[in-house]
Design a protein around this ligand. Structure first.
Ligand code: F6R
Length: 369
């Protein structure tokens, strides 16, 4: 049941406030994050962790990349993110202090399952972030931290992605608390950001109308670029993946700082570029660097679509379109910024007359290696 929407993807985009809210629910107690499934692993075990490897594919891997920033910041544990299908082939260094976190909406992705099994065989502690109750990966793992996004039907992942980021943040906050690396004020501001999130996600969902108009003139665009810095970088990768998947448009995401090392040569007159602009309040240095990037690409003819926090007027002279999202902390920006990018892919797919929910060549769950 599409609930009155033209596609499951549209419906699922609008369900994101609940996906986030339901993932948080019951896991914040007296202003602190506590995930019972992690508590069961034993605090001593959690304190012994000296390295985290996140494994996932596709959209889930971008959620993993975003989660890595937060876990490192709050729990002060080095985190690396590896694509599941690359993991085994590099003879990975796994020690007693390694924690492997898999991220999978379906919990059945064969590449990810095989990576988890490889780690289990070597005695590594495994935690599964999964959206599907009792799927194979969470059953095989030492602990399962479920996302509660509800069933996701559209092939292109949307609500599962924001729920995955949320779950990884909760894991970071839990680990930071247990390990004593999370300062009281950092915990308080993260918990406040989590509290505000569902309503803010709903506001970001309301960008739909603006994005639909934007997509209208771009219906025959052949290439779109996405730029971001810090957590905006994996968000840019996700925006590009959505567009490839359902609108069959060539798209690439870049770290904004990488522009001058090559990709800026792609910028030609009229090239559309989405730029994820970090908050000037919480990340002033990154903000000013991204604004410089906008000036550089604009001077070379790019059509700039800037996603900024409300009240940030710094890009107005250089951006062709400005999409505004609510004010939050830097780490939480992807959860809001990605939503207009999801709408954009959906609207371009629709404008091209494609099947939004069932893109060619793709399956919802990839159960072969
Ligand atoms: C993107 C998408 C895929 C999946 C990937 C992992 O929209 O749907 O990239 O994210 O195949 O799937 P799960 O999360 O089920 O392991």
């Amino acid at each position: 049941d599409k609930g009155g929407w033209s596609s499951f993807m549209a419906k699922e985009i609008t369900e994101q406030p609940d996906a986030v809210g339901n993932t948080i629910r019951g896991r914040v107690v007296d202003g602190a994050v506590e995930i019972p499934e992690l508590t069961e692993l034993g605090d001593d075990r959690l304190r012994e962790i000296d390295r985290i490897i996140i494994i996932a594919c596709g959209t889930a891997s971008y959620a993993g990349m975003i989660g890595a920033y937060a876990i490192e910041q709050w729990a002060r544990i080095p985190v690396e993110v590896q694509l599941s299908h690359e993991f085994r082939y590099r003879d990975p260094i796994l020690t007693d202090g390694t924690l492997l976190i898999s991220v999978s909406q379906s919990g059945e992705t064969m590449d990810t399952l095989m990576a988890v099994k490889y780690a289990i065989e070597r005695g590594v502690t495994t935690v599964s972030v999964c959206n599907t109750q009792s799927a194979t990966i969470p059953r095989e793992s030492d602990a399962a931290v479920y996302t509660h996004a509800g069933p996701e039907v559209a092939v292109a992942s949307t609500k599962a992605f924001v729920a995955q980021i949320t779950a990884l943040y909760l894991i970071g906050l839990h680990l930071g608390r247990v390990r004593g690396t999370l300062a009281a004020d950092a915990q308080a501001s993260a918990v406040a950001a989590l509290d505000a999130l569902p309503a803010q996600v709903a506001e970001a969902v309301d960008t739909h109308e603006q994005i639909a108009q934007l997509a209208h003139w771009m219906a025959d665009t052949r290439s779109v670029l996405f730029l971001g810095r810090h957590v905006g970088y994996p968000t840019a990768l996700e925006g590009a993946l959505k567009l490839k998947e359902i609108a069959y448009i060539h798209a690439e995401g870049f770290a904004a700082g990488e522009l001058k090392h090559g990709p800026i040569a792609l910028i030609d007159h009229g090239q559309p570029v989405f730029v994820l602009v970090p908050s000037p309040r919480t990340a002033p240095v990154m903000h000013s660097k991204v604004v410089s990037n906008i000036q550089e690409i604009r001077a070379r003819g790019a059509r700039v679509i800037a996603i900024v926090e409300k009240g940030d007027t710094s890009v107005l002279p250089y951006a062709d379109d400005v999409i505004r999202i609510p004010l939050t902390d830097t780490l939480f920006e992807p959860l809001l910024q990605v939503i207009p990018l999801q709408w954009f892919a959906l609207e371009l797919s629709t404008a091209k007359g494609l099947d939004v929910d069932q893109p060619r060549n793709l399956a919802k769950s990839v159960t072969v290696e």
